[in-house]
Design a binder for this molecule. Structure first.
Ligand code: ZN
Ligand code: ZN
Length: 317
């Protein structure tokens, strides 16, 4: 079979991009990922001249790619890589190692924030105390806060994370299935409302397909972590992912259409009522923030378990 020429430069193509109808050679494909990212950053005013940018880097393909692109194209900005250490033995060490290596290759400062230091629990430790909650739910609550704290302590104006188009769409569908219309209206995948002390939370990859980011990372020859978290329980998220991929296969570009539809729900006037958590002082929708509620729940379960064990010890004496 004859290889089609690249739509942009005429060299032999290696990839057909169904949603745009383009055939792309490797060079033009890589350039297109730069272009989409830079256009997204510019259009949504994600990063301004001279601002300090904290980047969440787990060591996976998306975050390594994001760090690379920001370090390459935003020379007027100080870029700092932030890795969150959840405390998962046999898993997180590799991600930290990769993140450190990539950051030093790119001449970027790298800092690590651990759940143990911030919240007094590792994800390994909560397994006994998490009760009805999944590890992913608790980990998500802790991760957001850990990154917020990092950005604030580093004096960053921007916190960039590598969520891609697929991640964002899955989150939208989860909000839909939960009936969370409030969040549907207040969720802006480009620039999240900066509840934490005026830090702008941005997603420069939110218009890029997960599959294309994987291809980009491979073509660039990046090191990245491929093993998934041992506690990962995706539940409905993985079913939504499969469903969206099936739709996209037969209706190229439908993910973009869905994204635009969801984004049209966003209402600028919609403001989350802001107050401060009475325990930790962090901006919160309720008296107690989610982080403090979670820690309180874990503490109670831990205490209960300890006293039950003491009872058992007494009986066995
Ligand atoms: Zn080309
Ligand atoms: Zn709190």
């Amino acid at each position: 079979m004859q290889v089609k020429p690249c739509t942009k430069c005429g060299r032999p193509s290696f990839y057909y991009r169904p949603y745009s109808g383009e055939y792309l050679c490797k060079g033009c494909f890589v350039t297109s990922i730069y272009d989409i990212t830079l256009q997204t950053v510019r259009k949504y005013e994600m990063i301004k001249y001279g601002e300090k940018v904290a980047v969440g880097v787990s060591g996976g393909k998306d975050s390594v790619s994001l760090l690379y692109i920001l370090a390459k194209f935003f020379k007027s900005n100080e870029i700092i890589a932030v890795t969150v250490d959840e405390g998962i033995k046999g898993y997180r060490e590799e991600g930290i190692e990769i993140a450190s290596k990539v950051a030093s290759q790119l001449n970027v400062k790298h800092v690590i924030y651990s759940y143990k230091n911030l919240f007094n629990y590792t994800i390994d430790e909560i397994q006994e105390y998490k009760g009805k909650y999944s590890s992913c739910t608790i980990c998500g609550i802790f991760r957001r806060r850990a990154l917020d704290i990092a950005a604030k302590e580093l004096g960053a104006q921007v916190l960039a994370t590598a969520h891609n188009l697929d991640d964002i769409l899955q989150s939208y569908f989860i909000l839909l299935t939960n009936g969370d219309t409030e969040r549907l209206k207040s969720f802006n995948p480009a620039v999240e409302s900066s509840e934490a002390f005026g830090i702008r939370k941005v997603h420069p990859f939110f218009r890029i397909y997960e599959k294309e980011l994987a291809m980009f990372a491979m073509l660039k020859g990046f090191d990245f972590q491929t093993v998934t978290c041992p506690y990962m329980q995706q539940g409905i998220r993985s079913e939504i992912r499969d469903f969206l991929n099936r739709l996209e296969e037969r209706h190229a570009g439908i993910k973009y259409q869905l994204l635009d539809t969801f984004m049209s729900f966003y209402s600028k006037e919609f403001k989350v009522v802001g107050q401060y958590c009475k325990m930790c002082g962090w901006p919160s929708k309720n008296e107690l923030c989610q982080v403090c509620k979670t820690i309180d729940y874990l503490n109670k379960n831990k205490y209960k378990l300890m006293s039950e064990n003491n009872e058992l010890d007494k009986h066995s004496d």
